[in-house]
Design a protein around this ligand. Structure first.
Ligand code: ADP
Ligand code: ADP
Length: 229
């Protein structure tokens, strides 16, 4: 049986595998995958007022300002049915966002169960980001590790695959990695204090990293969690 409202955060530098792992885990534990990057890209693609407001930040690899990001996430969380479990991917990215999220949870009388940080060294991250291809429609992530022919269309939804603008320029990639270095430590300290931070080696095969994450999740929710294989 699933515990009610399983709330997880998957953090890690750009390219560490947050999206890849969140999709797999969300499917296996029946949780919703919420990626703030995907939400922003949806707004950009749809040219909503929010999309127009944030497009320059995204292109340059800058963090979108906290007030905009927090408001968007708050709306998303408010739209979820009660007791839905979810995996946050790419949020929080600043301590201020983490503290705001604590308050959101308190207001909803919910808890945060686990924060998993995927660790991968810088050089590998750059290579992965330069090789990353994503679906424009469903945001599914592809990359150099994917076997089989690259057809230009998504295996899952048939959408067109493309390279993200912010993955196309080494300088922008370097800038995003630097920003992560700058902002992530206070966030990790914050969750370390709550005793819910788990760091995972993200350098192995995708399946090995998935297994390591599942082990942490299963240990945390011993006896209350079953995976939908
Ligand atoms: P990556 O997969 O490379 O880690 P994301 O898809 O999570 O990147 O995010 C892409 C961009 O969206 C970021 O560079 C930033 O501009 C914006 N963004 C996403 N999440 C946040 C956030 N929590 N706070 C501020 N900006 C964000
Ligand atoms: P993030 O969401 O943290 O930015 P992604 O999940 O989008 O990272 O992965 C970034 C790139 O690295 C993608 O091309 C993906 O296919 C690839 N990737 C993810 N995990 C691994 C892994 N364990 N080994 C090799 N490549 C990986």
């Amino acid at each position: 049986m699933m515990p009610e409202s399983l709330q997880l955060i998957i953090m890690g530098p750009p390219g560490s595998g947050k999206g890849t792992q969140s999709v797999a885990l969300a499917r296996d534990i029946g949780a919703e995958h919420i990626s703030t990057g995907d939400l922003f890209r949806y707004h950009e693609r749809s040219a909503t007022p929010l999309g127009i407001q944030i497009q320059d930040f995204m292109k340059k690899g800058d963090l979108v300002p906290d007030d905009i990001t927090i408001a968007m996430l708050k709306d998303k969380i408010a739209s979820l049915a009660d007791n839905v479990g979810y995996i946050l991917d790419g949020f929080p990215r600043t301590l201020n966002q983490a503290i705001s999220f604590d308050k959101m949870l308190t207001a909803r009388d919910c808890r945060l169960d686990l924060v998993i940080c995927i660790d991968v060294p810088g050089k590998q991250l750059e290579d992965r980001l330069l090789g990353r291809i994503v679906c424009m429609e469903c945001s599914l992530v592809y990359g150099n590790h994917v076997d089989g022919e690259y057809t230009g269309y998504c295996n899952s939804c048939g959408g067109k695959l493309h390279k993200r603008v912010d993955d196309s320029d080494k300088e922008v990639i370097g800038y995003r990695l630097k920003k992560y270095e700058e902002f992530s430590f206070p966030i990790m300290d914050h969750y370390q204090e709550y005793g819910i931070l788990h760091r995972i080696d993200g350098t192995g095969l995708v399946s090995e990293v998935t297994d390591a994450i599942k082990e942490v999740v299963a240990t945390t929710f011993k006896g209350t969690l079953s995976f939908n294989y």
